[in-house]
Design a protein around this ligand. Structure first.
Ligand SMILES: CC(C)(COP(=O)(O)OP(=O)(O)OC[C@H]1O[C@@H](n2cnc3c(N)ncnc32)[C@H](O)[C@@H]1OP(=O)(O)O)[C@@H](O)C(=O)NCCC(=O)NCCS
Length: 136
C-alpha cells in the first residue's frame, strides 16, 4: 500500500484537483469535458496524499454484473511507480467483494501505456482486442 494514500469518492468540487493530476493521452484526454458525466455514470474515486489529489479512477458494473469496467485512471507524474494505481484497483476490487456475480475486471489503455508498462499489465490482464487505425 502506498504510504498515506487516502481513497474517497470523487465530487464535483474535486474537478480542479483532478485536472491538476496532469495532461494525459497526449492532449486527447476526455475527462476535462466529461467529468460531471463520469461522476453520474461511474463510481469515481480520488486518492489524496497529505490533502493533495494524486490519483483518480472510475468504475462501473456491466455485463449484468459480471464485469467491473474501469476507466479514466491516472496518477500524478511524480507519484507514479509507487503502486498507487495498484492500490486503487485493490480498493475497487474490494468494494465489490460481496457482489457474487463479478467474474472479470476490464480496462482499455493506449499504446504509450503498453509500451511503458505492457509486460506488467499483461501479468494481470489478458488482452482481448487491439484497435488499429490506418491513415491513408
Ligand atoms: C498508468 C498509470 C495510471 C500507472 O500508475 P502507477 O501508480 O504509476 O502504477 P503502479 O505503480 O501502481 O504500477 C502499476 C501496477 O498496476 C497494474 N496496472 C493496472 N492497470 C494499469 C494501467 N492501466 N497501467 C499501468 N499499470 C496498471 C500493473 O500491472 C502494475 O502491477 P504490478 O505492480 O503488480 O506490476 C500512470 O502511469 C498514469 O497515470 N499514466 C498516464 C495515464 C494513463 O495512461 N492511464 C491509463 C489508463 S488505462
Amino acid at each position: 500500500m502506498a504510504a498515506r494514500l487516502a481513497i474517497r469518492q470523487a465530487t464535483l468540487q474535486d474537478y480542479q484537483g483532478v485536472m491538476d493530476i496532469g495532461k494525459i493521452y497526449q492532449g486527447r484526454d476526455y475527462l476535462p469535458a466529461l467529468y460531471d458525466k463520469y461522476l453520474n455514470t461511474f463510481n469515481c474515486y480520488v486518492g489524496e496524499m497529505d490533502g493533495e489529489i494524486v490519483t483518480f479512477h472510475g468504475d462501473r458494473l456491466v455485463d449484468a454484473g459480471a464485469t467491473i469496467a474501469i476507466a479514466g485512471g491516472r496518477v500524478k507524474e511524480r507519484y507514479r511507480g509507487r503502486g498507487i494505481i495498484a492500490d486503487v484497483l485493490r480498493y475497487i476490487d474490494n468494494s465489490y467483494k460481496d457482489v457474487t456475480s463479478v467474474k472479470y475486471m476490464t480496462m482499455t489503455t493506449d499504446n504509450l501505456n503498453i509500451i511503458l508498462s505492457g509486460e506488467r499489465i499483461k501479468r494481470k490482464f489478458a488482452q482481448i482486442f487491439e484497435m488499429v487505425s490506418c491513415l491513408s
